[in-house]
Design a protein around this ligand. Sequence first.
Ligand SMILES: Nc1ncnc2c1ncn2[C@@H]1O[C@H](COP(=O)(O)OP(=O)(O)OP(=O)(O)O)[C@@H](O)[C@H]1O
Ligand SMILES: [Mg+2]
Length: 211
Amino acid sequence: MRCVVVANPKGGCGKTTLATNLAAAFAAAGLATALADVDRQRAALAWAGRRPDQAAAVRPLDWVKTVGKVPGSVERLVVDTPAALKVGQMDDLLGLADILVLPLQPSVYDQGATARFLNKLAGVKRVRKARIAVAVVANRLRPRSRANGRLDGFLGEIGHPLLARLRDSAIYGDLAADGLGLFDRPGARTAACRRDWAPLLDVVNAPPVSG
Ligand SMILES: Nc1ncnc2c1ncn2[C@@H]1O[C@H](COP(=O)(O)OP(=O)(O)OP(=O)(O)O)[C@@H](O)[C@H]1O
Ligand SMILES: [Mg+2]
């Protein structure tokens, strides 16, 4: 079982969007996939509830009250977390995670929250020992925006590489409304957005870093 936790204390940076699209990508690739929701707003569970029967199955897990057990049959677990994640839940998830995906938008607010979060993570033993891979992903990028340059400058300063750059696109909202992800829709309309995901998918599909 491989576990991908999507987290960032900054609200609205794209956690649920990344979690649902990752779950759809795993499921569409034929892997037994579960999507656990730790956020009491239950947006990821609502997405799973809208998912059509014809789409590759994603098993919803309600972990709002407590981080539960992972069913034995699950090959890929994606966890969506709230902006205000409780310390105990964070500890439980850090014990489970193989990959931590941190989305951030090109804004000074997201950058500040992400820098503080990365700082905290640097103190976590499983991160220090490279048992958890930390993947920072820029979300909602707009072409020719000056904010993109500021984001690059910020990441250079904190010395953390950016794994992937996801564009701002109405496709994400349209698919979410139907309980779908980019990888449920392999056609031309989603092609450019799907290309953005290639480096992230390479990391989440790579052999585990822990033994
Ligand atoms: N790449 C994108 N392009 C366009 N819209 C996006 C993109 N990523 C996210 N959004 C939209 O931005 C909004 C916030 O995204 P999302 O709900 O995934 O963030 P979140 O981090 O889960 O928020 P919260 O902290 O409230 O849980 C949603 O309306 C979503 O559809
Ligand atoms: Mg969310």
